[in-house]
Design a protein. Structure first.
Length: 137
């Protein structure tokens, strides 16, 4: 970027300190004669730029380019929004899987069975994870 600006400044500086003249000939739509004048090249470029900017087609083209650029920015913003949502969901899922409760069942005790009785087993459940666990039976 700085290099491009430097080249533009160098080019304009060369044209200012070593003037180059161009002949601009314009014909009238009502006569066949040409009106030719010599202009400094920078002045000639500014005159042509002014003529170009005075046309409605130029402004329509510039508005179309601006609209297309705005649409491209909107699409890029939407994609960034979606990527951000996916990143947040991934971080949440990773946090949940890292800090989930971990239940371990220990201390199994078999009660002496009686005839025609249900077999009873006592056990303990321990949470060795990082967060609280809720046991629903």
């Amino acid at each position: 970027m700085i290099l491009a600006v430097g080249f533009v400044v160098l080019f304009v500086g060369m044209l200012i300190f070593h003037p180059v003249y161009v002949t601009v000939c314009e014909t009238s739509e009502y006569s066949a004669s040409k009106n030719c004048e010599q202009y400094h090249v920078l002045l000639a470029m500014l005159l042509k730029l002014g003529q170009l900017l005075s046309r409605a087609e130029t402004w329509a083209a510039l508005a179309t380019i601006a609209a297309a650029f705005t649409y491209v920015l909107k699409r890029a913003t939407d994609r960034l929004w979606d990527a951000n949502k996916r990143q947040i969901e991934l971080a949440r899922d990773e946090f949940i899987s890292t800090n989930r409760p971990k239940l371990i069942v220990r201390q199994f005790i078999l009660q002496p069975p009686a005839i025609s009785d249900v077999v009873k087993v006592e056990f303990s459940i321990f949470n060795v994870g990082n967060t609280e666990a809720t046991l629903r039976l």
